[in-house]
Design a protein around this ligand. Structure first.
Ligand SMILES: [Zn+2]
Ligand SMILES: [Zn+2]
Ligand SMILES: [Zn+2]
Ligand SMILES: [Zn+2]
Length: 202
């Protein structure tokens, strides 16, 4: 997701259009450019786009998307933007140039990421043992659910295989029974012929 245009304090002399992501309509964040049409999207936006049912194509030109590095000109346009830290709701009032924002977000004291459970929390609010355990348990539960679903798929596949094999076996059995009947019929015919011949010779 791009940066909300609401957090832009100043565009400097940068025009708005070239720095907007046409997928999320925010300011381009960690952008990637289409090799074909040179449209630029946030890295995350285009990744999500490519992973969904939209195919592997560029939303703008429809060509198979191949990402290239963003042009120097665009990087320069972006570097002039002044942005309020996205953690403003948590109390951070810092305004940073575009290029400094990424580092600030990593160290902004108004939002901290727990190294144990990866939860985000406000420094002044804290994140105690109970919060952490709760999040860890939820993550574990989610992981377990995913594994369970995977196992169910495996079982379904095995069941399908077994069904196919049974069907194949039944088909072969029927063929053998037909062949056996044919043999019995031939045997009977031979017997009849034999009887006829015997009848003649006496
Ligand atoms: Zn975007
Ligand atoms: Zn394109
Ligand atoms: Zn901040
Ligand atoms: Zn935690």
């Amino acid at each position: 997701m791009g940066i909300s245009t609401e957090s832009i304090v100043s565009y400097g002399d940068t025009p708005v259009d070239p720095v907007i992501c046409s997928i999320c309509h925010g300011i381009l964040w960690k952008p990637v450019t289409c090799a074909e049409c040179e449209s630029t999207y946030c890295g995350e936006c285009i990744d999500t786009w490519l992973q969904t049912a939209n195919g592997k194509t560029c939303p703008k030109c429809g060509c198979e998307f191949k990402g290239i590095r963003v042009s120097r000109v665009l990087l320069q346009l972006l570097s002039k933007l002044q942005i309020r830290c996205g953690h403003t709701p948590n109390g951070c009032a810092e305004v940073l140039f575009y290029d400094a924002l990424q580092n600030h977000l990593l160290e902004c004291k108004y939002e901290v990421r727990c190294s144990k459970c990866a939860a985000l929390y406000r420094k002044e609010q804290g994140h105690d043992r109970n919060d952490c355990l709760e999040k860890q348990m939820k993550d574990q539960n989610d992981a377990f659910q995913t594994r369970l679903t995977d196992q169910q798929v495996v079982i379904q596949n095995l069941e399908k295989q077994m069904k196919d094999q049974t069907a194949e076996f039944e088909k072969k059995l029927a063929q053998h029974q037909d062949a056996l009947q044919e043999l019995q019929r031939l045997g009977q015919n031979l017997q009849n012929e034999n009887n006829k011949h015997q009848g003649k010779s006496f």
